[in-house]
Structures are given as structure tokens and as C-alpha cells.
Design a protein around this ligand. Sequence first.
Ligand SMILES: O=C(O)CCC(=O)C(=O)O
Ligand SMILES: [Fe+2]
Length: 218
Amino acid sequence: MTTNVAEIRSKEQTIFNFTGNKVKTEDRVIDVLAKYEEPLVVVLGSVLDGEECDRLIELSKNRLQRSKIGVEKVVSDIRTSSGSFLTDVNDEIVSKIEKRVSSIVGIPVEHAEGLHILNYKPGQEYKEHFDYFAATSKSASNNRICTVVLYLSDVEDGGETYFPKLGLKVYPKKGMAVYFEYFYNDQTLNELTLHGGAPVVTGEKWIATQWFRRKKLD
Ligand SMILES: O=C(O)CCC(=O)C(=O)O
Ligand SMILES: [Fe+2]
């Protein structure tokens, strides 16, 4: 059998740099459960303990607002959940989690937007989208480069994070997380990170998202 060398794409540099089945951070050893190689998608077990998940939900419960999308911040059918940033919350657990997430990814916390809590009730979803800003957007000068979605609750049915171009679904499990990156030179790889949050069928879904930027945020 002959191999067409032109068809073998050389792998690009990744941001997430751990190999093997564990990621060691200052305060926790995290299991790597699954990996999709290019674009890199990593499923991580037990990033947060139950108490940490409950604390994040508790902190955001009274602050939730109908989610908006884009730089213009408009209410849309694309995202029907409710959410809140925890950036103005001064809480030891929040800082600890942000630090842990940063060391998993290998990017300083100053590049992170701050934990964004989302709550989906039955029927609510986040339709497929890219996390990075369009090249024409003002925000693109310091664009997002990778995402960590932390699952703060189990979902009885539905609510999976899906990547339609990869044929990949990640089912929410309290304390687990999914990481993916879109900082490739090859834009077609970035576009493969199209993803969404499927409608919750039964139960409730809570997540915390941390988006990282290429440069520090002020
Ligand atoms: O709800 C999900 O599973 C995905 C959330 C998401 O895509 C985001 O917060 O950017
Ligand atoms: Fe997203």
C-alpha cells in the first residue's frame, strides 16, 4: 500500500501540554479521561469536588440574568440559558478554582476572563457557535484561544456539550470538565471547534466556563 505524504498533516503546537493520564496541579491530581487530538479536546475528571461545585452555584444563584451573546450583548435564541460572571466576587474558593484551571491549561490567570456561570433549565440550550471572536470584531485584537467548561451538576437527560464537526459529545458530570483550544495557524482546525450545549431534557444543568485570551486582560 502506498502512502500519500501530502495527505499527512504535520501536527501543530498545542497549548495544553500534559501527556499521559494525569494532570498535576498545586492542590489536585486530575484524571485525563479522553482526548481528541486535532483540534485538541480533553475530557478531565474530578477537576472540582462537590463542595466547590455547590459553592459556585450558590454564589451565582441570585445574580443570574438571561444570557446575551456577542459584543453587542443581545438576547438571542442561540443561547437561552441564564448566566453570570463571578469577576466581582471576592471569594477564596473562586480564586483557588481559577488558579487550578490556569495550571491545567498552562496559561496565567491574568489571561482569563473570570468564571462565567451558566444555568440551563429543561428546553434551554446554547446552539452551536465558536468561542473565538470573528476577525472583524474589536475583541479579536486580544482574542480567545481556549476554553474550559466545568460541569457543576449532573444532568439527568440531555445537556451534553457537542462538537458537530468532530462527531463528539461530552456528557455533563458534576466536577468534570472539557477543555478545547482554537489557537491554530490553520484556521480550518479552529473551525472544527464549533460546539454547543444541547437542550436539557430532564433535570438542570450548571456549568462554569473559563475563556482564556492570547494576552493579559486589564
Ligand atoms: O453548555 C455547554 O455545554 C457549552 C457552553 C459553551 O459553549 C460556552 O460557555 O461557551
Ligand atoms: Fe462555547
